[in-house]
Design a protein around this ligand. Structure first.
Ligand SMILES: NC(=O)c1ccc[n+]([C@@H]2O[C@H](COP(=O)([O-])OP(=O)(O)OC[C@H]3O[C@@H](n4cnc5c(N)ncnc54)[C@H](O)[C@@H]3O)[C@@H](O)[C@H]2O)c1
Length: 680
């Protein structure tokens, strides 16, 4: 019979000590957002397992006291978070030298984890949710404490293994191996669905890492602003034929939503020098964005919104207007008054349209909340009617020359679910896609990801503003603005980044860059650290990138050779980054589109000024992006083929990408149609 005393003695790193004293019961600061209850569906036997799973972190002497507390958490929140073990007060990413550690990476990861859980950053900080409704750093506060302990003792010859938030242990490796390898919510294919994930999460064995929540690389809303800026600017280039050296000055962008991600739209359109009107039904969201300076005007009158927009367009001045009301009312006015909208999108939470994500026309936000609670069926009917009308208005505007794109919020799918079959290309079902494009399929995919441009980012671990300014300047010098219009956009972004006051939490910066651009900047930063000009830096990226994510629903939506149901690019990217010695490597199931619909991964690299890190930069950073380019090129994506051809030349003798021969379209079509004729 195994005794707990033997277990305690066998833990040579005294993790038991963390739990030797029982912290006081939890206190919750008023006004901090709390996660909604995740529904409780476990059977009696599963509930026993969930309880035992949570208690296994804790010495036996506390089991009697904690068991009822944990059961109460499970029944009332749907999870066992172990609230009592959360450090009291606000958690915050401090300067790196405030953390204990045997290696710089161990200290750096503690900064990143704490930043992901900051009240100012995290969506539901008490439930360890950083963003995206369910994206957690780890599953519970016992894991948090253990992870912190392991990171304090981690050495250059060990790797911390993380499985769905659980620190499995420290294992011998080498200075050239990652210091931490993370996986989140990876499930066996047969069980890889929402229901089983939900059960596994309630049992305490699965963590939904989203992307940078569980990968410890989230840097607050700044990341989304750059992505939105690039998306709308490139929509303008592609569809409005805006020349390479111009921006959105004089053009009108209309959309909806000022929430978590959608809230970036106002700021982004102003940075792109255009005029934007964003409809929002929840006034608290509008006022938060207004206070933040991400919205410049508020009105509940559509005529006033369009009048002011027109004035600013004529003067080619920037302006972000919040329309307090329903997007459908705003578009109805635009159609009736024959107003010209250049770019149109939608960022209501249509991925959860019937759960409150989409407020139907005819109901205020408050009425929608009440109806949702009292009569779900009637609410659903309202949603369907509103979505059908919404679609009719979009169609009319598109017929008059507006460019509409789906912003990855499942708007088109929601319209289909509301009964509109003609929204499907084949007029029957979404199998062949929709009549309107999505933002990755039409814009981000071909114009950014296919070249390797993606959300590269860094955190100045010293916490000093001066360091961030120095890195901004250095990165700007690495960009050749006249090479491509994307470079010019990125140059302007980094030149003005500080002016736009985008930092929330740690001193972080996002900058879309291609493979060699990222490598150049990384080497430059490492040299600056070596010379003592700045403190250490943590490099990384969003998983939503060229090679980081396989998802036919988003990131790989513009891959058309049939391989977009495969998840090998993201997996190879992860393995390749492990092999090349990135400091932190992560692989997750899910991300923005849900369990089973994406496999995504990311990395973190701690720059310490050493030659060792120079070598990692040279071998790992290009790989991280070019694996994605190689796959996109093999799928016959023109811009990736062009990028790969250049890469093969510049890196001859080092890297080599296999390129596809392109058959004559007519040859293929004629032959296949003949074969099918014969079969008929
Ligand atoms: N911005 C991005 O980079 C990005 C990328 C991929 C997907 N998305 C998708 O965009 C959607 C929005 O994300 P979020 O984090 O902002 O969600 P959110 O729920 O925080 O915000 C959506 C907002 O829309 C408002 N709204 C709902 N119905 C409305 C209506 N009819 N008229 C006007 N306002 C209405 C809501 O009040 C809410 O504030 C999600 O579906 C998300 O998956 C965004």
């Amino acid at each position: 019979m195994i005794r707990n005393i033997d277990i305690s003695n066998a833990m040579t790193i005294q993790t038991g000590k963390i739990f030797n004293k029982l912290p006081k019961p939890p206190e919750f600061v008023e006004g901090i957002r709390r996660a909604p209850k995740r529904s409780f569906t476990l059977s009696q036997q599963e509930t026993e397992i969930a309880l035992k799973n949570a208690l296994r972190y804790i010495p036996e002497k506390w089991h009697k006291k904690l068991a009822p507390e944990f059961i109460h958490e499970l029944l009332t929140t749907g999870r066992i978070y172990g609230y009592r073990f959360r450090p009291k007060g606000r958690i915050k990413g401090h300067p790196i030298d405030k953390y204990k550690g045997n290696c710089i990476e161990g200290q750096a990861f503690q900064v990143m984890i704490d930043n992901n859980l900051d009240f100012d950053i995290a969506l539901y900080p008490y439930e360890l949710v950083t963003y995206g409704e369910t994206g957690q750093v780890c599953q519970n506060w016992m894991q948090y404490r253990l992870i912190k302990k392991y990171l304090e003792v981690l050495t250059n010859n060990q790797t911390l293994v993380m499985e769905s938030g659980h620190p499995l242990g420290l294992f011998k490796s080498s200075p050239d191996a990652p210091r931490v390898i993370i996986t989140n919510a990876l499930m066996v294919g047969y069980f890889d669905d929402q229901e089983n994930w939900h059960r596994a999460a309630a049992l305490g064995v699965a963590n939904y890492g989203q992307m940078t929540a569980g990968g410890w690389m989230y840097i607050g809303p700044q990341g989304i602003v750059h992505g939105t800026y690039s998306t709308i600017l490139n929509a303008g280039r592609k569809k409005l034929h805006i020349p390479a050296d111009k921006d959105l000055a004089g053009y009108l962008f209309v959309s909806s939503g000022l929430g978590g991600m959608s809230g970036a739209q106002g700021k982004s359109v102003e940075i792109a020098n255009g005029v934007g009107i964003v409809a929002e039904v929840d006034y608290s969201r509008i006022s938060a964005r207004h206070k933040q300076g991400w919205i410049s005007r508020i009105t509940n009158n559509p005529a006033e919104a369009f009048r002011e927009a027109k004035e600013y367009q004529a003067k080619k001045r920037r302006l972000a207007i919040a329309f307090y009301g329903n997007i459908v009312d705003l578009l109805e006015y635009a159609v009736d008054a024959n107003i010209k909208i250049d770019l149109l999108s939608d960022q209501t939470s249509c991925h959860a349209a019937y759960d409150g994500g989409y407020c139907p026309q005819g109901l205020t936000f408050e009425e929608r909340t009440e109806l949702l609670d009292t009569d779900h069926l009637r609410f659903k009917k309202y949603v369907d009617k509103s979505l059908r009308h919404h679609y009719e208005l979009v169609k009319k505007l598109v017929d008059r020359g507006t460019y509409f794109f789906d912003y990855g919020n499942s708007f088109l799918k929601a319209v289909f679910d509301a009964g509109v079959k003609e929204i499907c290309k084949n007029g029957i079902d979404p199998a062949d896609g929709f009549v309107f494009p999505s933002y990755v399929e039409d814009i981000m995919g071909p114009l950014l990801f296919d070249y390797g441009y993606g959300p590269f980012r860094w955190v100045c671990l010293s916490g000093k503003k001066e360091d961030l300014l120095e890195t901004d300047k250095a990165a700007m010098k690495c960009i050749e603005p006249n090479r491509r219009f994307q470079d010019r956009d990125n140059y302007i972004w980094i030149r003005d980044a500080d002016k736009h006051n985008l930092v929330v939490g740690t001193k972080a910066r996002i900058l879309y860059q291609d493979a060699l651009g990222r490598m150049k900047i990384a080497l430059k930063f490492n040299e600056m650290i070596r010379r003592g000009e700045i403190g250490p830096v943590m490099l990384g990226r969003d998983h939503h990138d060229t090679g980081g994510t396989d998802s036919p629903f988003r990131e790989t939506a513009n891959i058309k050779d049939g391989s977009n149901i495969m998840a090998e690019m993201a997996t190879q990217c992860f393995a390749g980054n492990v092999a090349r010695g990135m400091s932190l490597v992560a692989l997750h199931n899910g991300g923005g589109v849900g369990v089973g619909k994406a496999i995504n991964g990311g990395f973190g690299l701690v720059l310490d000024g050493s030659q060792r890190v120079d070598r990692i930069i040279e071998r790992a950073i290009p790989w991280d992006v070019m694996g994605g380019i190689a796959r996109r090129a093999w799928a016959r994506n023109d811009n990736s083929i062009e990028t790969a051809i250049k890469y093969n030349k510049t890196r001859e003798g080092t890297d080599h990408i296999t390129l596809p021969f392109i058959p004559n379209e007519k040859l293929v079509k004629d032959l296949v149609s003949k074969v099918f004729e014969i079969q008929k």
